[in-house]
Write a protein that binds this ligand. Structure first.
Ligand code: FES
Ligand code: FE
Length: 405
């Protein structure tokens, strides 16, 4: 792992308001430092509760070289354990998901209960205490059916405040009783920071995302940055806020401090564009109203939990977007679409129309990000300055450097 002195040298070369140096995007020693200082400390989105409805159901969540078993125990609670045997360290679960009565290690068959306790280990010495060798637990936070993990032994930030903010803004959608209508994985051959830098700026939207821009008035305003476009959006958004408040729906605004806290989270709502009920190609809904909503309000609900998770919800569907660093040069983007549990394909649900915007946009981003990675591997790469439209990306980079300090 990169030691403090080596990091300080690299940090000293970093110019304020400029992209990061090449080493940050390819050096395994930096990735190792990130595993300890970032991946192990953030609350990370893993999946929706409907993926594990019954006791014994599990799925694996892989991030930063770790594999975590997320399961439903016999009492119906969501639990998570490091997928590491307490005997000699083998991975225990090898399938990405499944249903088990207990977790049996494929190596020497130590068997663990759904609560992580070691229940069976053959031919151990007399002084062996099974109680000392349960699976290492991972902290779990569940908000509105969204499962978050924290790999730290003792998380510095309690999940309660995050959960409360997510619940306050998204409650009418009833994500907790929703179901997964689609789940797609978009692997990227690039360092995870390029993925997050890209996601958090819309400087590239006018040229790279015509579909995304066509749907979102906000994207036209912040992507183009022209004062008249910004004014058009502000007027549209102000009118929407008045209408939406009159309907009794929330209209929370985005408020981020200039310096992002170690574990930042943010939830807000904004107009899609006049005449649009949903985030679809023509603005018509692709699914029935979610949860307790009784009318379309034409708004989008956005939630960010740290840099690795974002959620975008129209009134009829939500897209959960998760970034999962795998190794220094591979990152998974996982998109999960939630709909009301009563939605039926072919009747009131059109999955392809629902997935269209985020699918086409994410596939475009895959290409952009991989081009970015290849280019900066050149010996002639040198970090360039961020534009005024990349302020959130710049905030992310500042946050990143503070976490790594
Ligand atoms: Fe798991 Fe030996 S490593 S039982
Ligand atoms: Fe993009």
């Amino acid at each position: 792992m990169l030691d403090d002195a080596a990091f300080r040298l690299l940090r000293a070369r970093q110019r304020d308001g400029f992209a990061l140096a090449r080493e940050f995007y390819g050096d395994p020693a930096i990735f190792e430092r990130e595993r300890q200082r970032i991946f192990a400390r953030q609350w990370l989105f893993a999946g929706h509760v409907s993926l594990i409805p019954e006791p014994g159901d599990y799925f694996l969540h892989r991030i930063g070289g770790e594999s975590v078993i997320v399961c439903r125990d016999n009492d119906g609670a969501v639990r998570a354990f490091f997928n590491v045997c307490r005997h000699r360290g083998s991975r225990i679960c090898l399938e990405a998901s499944g249903t088990v009565a207990s977790f049996v290690c494929p190596y020497h068959a130590w068997a663990y209960g759904l609560d992580g306790a070691l229940n069976a280990a053959r031919q151990m010495p007399d002084d062996f205490e099974r109680a000392d060798y349960g699976l290492y637990k991972c902290h779990v936070g569940v908000a509105e059916g969204l499962i978050f993990l924290n790999l730290d032994e003792d998380p510095s930030v309690d999940f309660a405040a995050i959960g409360a903010e997510v619940a306050a803004v998204t409650r009418p959608h009833r994500f907790d009783s929703a179901r997964v209508a689609a789940r797609r994985n978009y692997p990227v051959e690039a360092n995870w920071k390029l993925v997050i830098e890209n996601f958090n700026e819309c400087y590239h939207c006018p040229s790279a995302h015509p579909e995304y821009r066509q749907v979102n008035a906000y994207v036209r305003a912040v992507g183009d940055g022209r004062p008249e476009q910004v004014r058009v959006f502000e007027e549209m958004d102000a009118a929407w806020r008045q209408r939406t408040e009159a309907m009794g729906h929330r209209v929370d605004c985005a408020v981020l401090p200039p310096e992002l806290p170690d574990q930042f989270h943010l939830a807000y709502r904004q107009v899609i564009q006049t005449g649009f009920d949903s985030l679809t190609e023509d603005g018509r809904p692709a699914a029935p109203l979610m949860g307790e909503l009784s009318a379309f309000d034409g708004g989008e609900t956005v939630v960010h939990v740290g840099p690795f998770f974002s959620l975008s919800a129209a009134n009829d569907y939500a897209c959960l977007i998760s970034f999962e660093p795998q190794d220094v040069s591979t990152t998974n983007m996982t998109l999960t679409w939630l709909v009301d549990r009563e939605a039926r394909e072919g009747e009131d649900l059109d999955t392809e129309r629902m997935c269209w915007m985020w699918d086409v946009t994410t596939r475009q981003d895959q290409v952009l990000i991989e081009n970015n990675q290849r280019g900066l591997e050149s010996i002639r790469y040198s970090p360039g300055p961020y534009s005024v439209l990349e302020s959130f990306t710049r905030q992310f980079v500042d946050w990143y450097l503070r976490q790594m300090r």
